[in-house]
Design a protein around this ligand. Structure first.
Ligand SMILES: Cc1cc2nc3c(=O)[nH]c(=O)nc-3n(C[C@H](O)[C@H](O)[C@H](O)COP(=O)(O)OP(=O)(O)OC[C@H]3O[C@@H](n4cnc5c(N)ncnc54)[C@H](O)[C@@H]3O)c2cc1C
Length: 325
């Protein structure tokens, strides 16, 4: 079994992102030592109860003036200082934009190997942690080992079930003694993307539209299905490039990488660059009028038909099932 694991927690506006609870649950199932959660920001201490409930034995809060706004180099130095105090064998980061930015900097500072964007972390026969991660735009999954004494993994959201452990986390005081005025880059403003919908990388169900929807006003057909399912909306790249939807909807190699339970690909052909962003989905449902569209090779379920007939009928059927439930 792995010894202690440090889970680096991302908060947004005082809210712990769900992926942090997933990582804590996973860490608790793998660690033989203590699981420690590290969290930053003014509201850090409000998170103690929930971090404990989902698997943290200990929490480190960095809530001083240096941690009010995200700084890549500053937060990396802070994580490195916490590592030297609590000495974990492994670190888990979320494979979100935030974690993808921070994890490699920490790896560089503490001289640890990093496996990024993992879909699985497990204990190997030698007792160390190993991981599985997609390569070549999701065409293959590689089993990777990290040889450095300390190991770092960033993990995709939605790959692990959240488990309530009912723990009560103990607070560990660590003061990295950093001064924000020495940080090289600090985030000064965060602009929310339009829509206020569920963040795509954390969504459980996604309804995504491609060029097959033909015009921006037709996106409302997909909104109806998304509303019926309680799903987030996404798109292929050309649809975002055309300005039919905001760029925050763009999924794929050059967009967001998602891992929902169900991904509806509507009027999307299934180009390799799009598949790169959706290969972590548990189920892919394709709706396309062309029976030879490549998306059907990646899909678990497929409907060959005109989306303008299929999608409203599906939304209506789902509403009826929900009404009777
Ligand atoms: C370097 C690079 C990076 C890229 N990165 C990305 C990326 O991150 N994400 C991404 O998505 N793409 C990316 N692309 C573009 C990618 O190659 C494809 O061009 C794009 O994914 C196609 O988008 P689409 O499936 O919406 O459109 P199309 O390929 O035009 O497919 C439209 C589909 O809709 C179907 N259709 C049409 N009418 C109907 C109807 N009435 N009912 C049902 N189905 C219908 C058609 O049969 C067709 O399969 C990238 C390309 C390059 C070169």
């Amino acid at each position: 079994m792995a010894q202690g694991i440090l889970v680096v927690v991302n908060q947004e506006e005082g809210r712990v992102r769900r992926v942090a609870y997933e990582l804590l649950s996973l860490a608790q199932s793998l660690a033989s030592g203590q699981v420690t959660a590290l969290t930053f920001g003014p509201d850090a201490e409000n998170t103690r109860e929930s971090l404990g409930r989902y698997g943290a034995d200990r929490v480190v809060f960095l809530s001083g003036p240096a941690y009010q706004a995200y700084s890549s180099d500053g937060f990396a130095q802070a994580v490195a200082a916490v590592v030297s105090t609590i000495d974990p064998q492994a670190l888990f980061f979320p494979a979100t934009a935030w974690g993808r930015d921070l994890a490699p900097r920490v790896a560089g500072l503490i001289g640890a190997g990093l496996a990024s964007d993992c879909t699985e972390v497990h204990v190997r026969d030698d007792g160390r942690l190993g991981a599985v991660r997609p390569m070549y735009a999701g065409k293959v999954y590689a089993r990777v080992a990290i040889d450095s004494p300390r190991q770092i993994f960033s993990l995709r959201p939605n790959i692990q079930t959240v488990v309530e452990t009912g723990r009560s986390a103990e607070v560990v005081a660590v003061d990295p003694g950093l001064d924000a005025s020495t940080f090289q880059a600090v985030v000064t403003e965060v602009k929310q993307s339009q829509g206020g919908q569920v963040e795509l990388t954390e969504a459980d169900i996604i309804v995504s539209g491609g060029r097959g929807i033909k015009a921006p006003e037709n996106f409302k057909v997909l909104e109806e299905l998304a509303d019926a399912l309680g799903a987030a909306l996404g798109s292929s790249r050309p649809v975002a490039d055309e300005g039919w939807v905001p760029h925050s909807y763009h999924i794929g190699q050059t967009g967001k990488v998602v891992s929902p339970t169900v991904y509806f690909a509507v009027g999307i052909s299934g180009a390799i660059q799009h598949l790169a962003g959706i290969s972590g989905s548990k189920y892919i449902v394709a709706i396309n009028s062309d029976p030879d569209a490549p998306i059907f090779k990646a899909a678990n379920y497929g409907i060959v038909g005109d989306l303008f007939q299929v999608v409203p009928a599906l939304a209506q059927a789902i509403r009826e099932v929900k009404k009777d439930a």
